[in-house]
Design a protein around this ligand. Structure first.
Ligand SMILES: Cc1ncc(COP(=O)(O)O)c(/C=C/C(=O)C(=O)O)c1O
Length: 357
């Protein structure tokens, strides 16, 4: 692996480093966003996880998870997915030579992710139901020993994803930011990042800790409601709905860990509407040049809402984790834009359009 991948922290990973299955995941861009930060009155950094090999943060967890699968000698891996987990699992399973079975909620998976899962050779099953029902089905299959489950209920996934926390501290010069904001669906990532940060804190690398702030879509927000009600457990959302299909999850498997991370870090949970998500997605792309899929933009939409409601103080140093690349959901991106203008290929037609005369 390249020096700058997540494997620079291999001493914190619970797998044999001699057999790592890797696509050089991690070492993602850490962009200071001064224009957006100045508009909001904060110091803003964006951790761009869409720059991972398959275009989302899932690759970090799959690298460790598939490395563990090889150690265990399994021959088949599987997951249920809203898309990115399946895309990543399909790629890492192919790299390791393992059979891969993925269950996707019929008609609710973004085009780019479906293309990746299919093209990397996974057996893609389209489930007549939502993600939560698909996860229940494949978990039963794993419990009967038919495959090794690599959803984020598998702790080795979180062991890889905790490296986002490592990198944020490292990128800031071995300091903790005031706050880390990220979208929350199945709730593995917020739990993993908190685990990584507290491991570095226990190792004495940092003195302070960030406030973990989880953002959910209004139509799929069981964790936010549990936090607002001071609960330790969620009430599952029967029919979660949001345009951010990656976080269209009603019964997050890591909800207890995520709720604990938010309480322990004195963090927050917030919800944002689909309109706020799509508006933040375009704002980030056109203000800072960072292209993300809708679910990722929830962290920016949540930041804006929390600043506007005074829950985030002016001057705070904030890191927003944006979790997937804009190309994952090209239909949404195109639907948000004007149709391209058709012109004849001559200078006059061009000038008329470009100069507006
Ligand atoms: C772009 C993007 N942003 C945020 C999340 C939420 O992370 P978790 O809270 O750790 O679930 C996901 C999750 C996707 C899946 O759960 C799946 O692919 O099955 C995602 O793809």
């Amino acid at each position: 692996c390249r020096k700058s991948t997540m494997w620079k922290y291999k001493e914190f990973m619970p797998v044999d480093p001699s057999g790592i299955i890797s696509l050089d995941e991690g070492g993602t861009p850490f962009c200071k966003c001064d224009k957006l930060g100045e508009q909001l009155g904060i110091e803003l950094y964006v951790k761009v996880e869409g720059s991972n090999p398959t275009g989302s943060f899932k690759d970090r967890g799959m690298s460790v998870g598939i490395t563990k699968a090889m150690e265990l000698g399994v021959d088949t891996v599987g997951c249920a997915s809203t898309g990115n987990t399946s895309a990543s699992l399909a790629a890492y399973a192919a790299r390791a030579g393992l059979k891969c079975v993925v269950l996707l909620p019929a008609g609710k998976v973004a085009l780019g992710k479906l293309a990746q899962a299919m093209f990397h050779g996974a057996q893609v099953l389209s489930v007549r139901g939502n993600f939560d029902q698909a996860l229940e089905a494949i978990t039963s299959l794993a419990l009967q020993g038919h495959l090794y489950l690599l959803n984020s209920i598998n702790p080795y996934r979180l062991e890889g994803q905790k490296s986002i926390g490592f990198e944020i501290v490292d990128d800031l010069g071995w300091k903790s930011p005031d706050r880390i904001i990220l979208p929350v669906g199945n709730a593995g990532n917020i739990s993993a990042i908190w685990k990584g940060i507290t491991e570095f804190h226990r190792a004495g690398f940092i003195d302070d800790l960030p406030r973990m702030t989880g953002i959910q879509a209004e139509g799929a927000a069981p964790i936010a409601h549990a936090i607002w009600d001071g609960q330790k457990d969620i009430v599952p959302v029967e029919n979660p709905e949001t345009v951010a299909t990656a976080i269209r999850i009603g019964a997050p498997v890591s909800s207890k860990k995520a709720i604990r991370a938010i309480y322990e870090s004195d963090g927050l949970a917030e919800t944002v509407s689909d309109e706020e998500i799509l508006s933040a997605q375009k704002l980030l792309a056109r203000t800072e040049g960072i292209g993300v899929e809708p679910a990722s933009a929830a962290s920016i939409a949540g930041l804006i809402k929390l600043v506007n409601t005074g829950k985030i103080d002016k001057g705070e140093q904030v890191v927003c984790v944006v979790t997937g690349h804009v190309l994952k959901d090209p239909n949404i991106a195109i639907d948000a834009c004007e149709e391209p203008i058709e012109i004849d290929p001559d200078i006059n037609s061009l000038l008329k359009v470009i100069k507006g005369n």
